[in-house]
Ligand binder design. Structure first.
Ligand SMILES: [Zn+2]
Length: 180
């Protein structure tokens, strides 16, 4: 049977009020909508985490554009505690965790959230941030699985800046991702 997945992209402390945070004020309204989706009727919950070694190439001190963030096993890399709590109520068999950015030399904004799960026919992508990781993950998934309906729900996504978020949204549309 065709199955539905909710992809929760990088809902981590670092992107909320941590080292690369959009700020709690901006995040809380988004969180309300994410929480509603987690309580929805999904067959899978794909949870992506930015999970960097401390010398990752995306960090300023190693020549990248970003301050150090989401270093493995630090608080900055933790899932938002309220998400952790909600996922605790979900059947663990439905939860798939994907870590990314683990190779110090490679930037990895996005992940194909469907991967080898052939029974998924619908994916809703939410999380942080619209500009980069949400957009890239939605696009990578759509490109790898054109037959899957990939949808991005904007009111459940946080953005870093208006311009870059707009570019991220346009790129998703151009790839065939449906924008809600
Ligand atoms: Zn990162």
């Amino acid at each position: 049977m065709a199955k539905k997945a909710l992809a929760l992209i990088d809902v981590q402390v670092g992107f909320i009020d941590g080292n690369l945070g959009i700020g709690l004020d901006k995040f809380l309204p988004v969180w309300e909508n994410i929480a509603k989706e987690v309580g929805g009727d999904y067959d899978y919950y794909v949870v992506s985490k930015d999970w960097h070694p401390s010398n990752h190439c995306s960090f300023k001190e190693y020549g990248g554009p970003w301050p150090s963030h989401c270093v493995q096993d630090t608080k900055d890399a933790d899932l938002y505690p309220k998400l952790q709590e909600l996922l605790g109520k979900v059947d663990p068999k439905k939860i798939i965790v994907i870590k990314k950015g683990m190779d110090a030399k490679t930037e990895e904004y996005g992940v194909d959230v469907v991967r080898e799960m052939k029974d998924i026919k619908y994916v809703k992508v939410v999380g942080l941030c619209t500009d980069y990781c949400v957009s890239e993950s939605a696009r990578m998934t759509k490109k790898a699985h054109p037959e899957v309906e990939v949808v991005c729900q904007l009111n459940a996504c946080g953005e870093i800046a208006v311009d870059t978020a707009k570019a991220g949204i346009e790129a998703m549309k151009a790839t065939g991702v449906k924008i809600l």
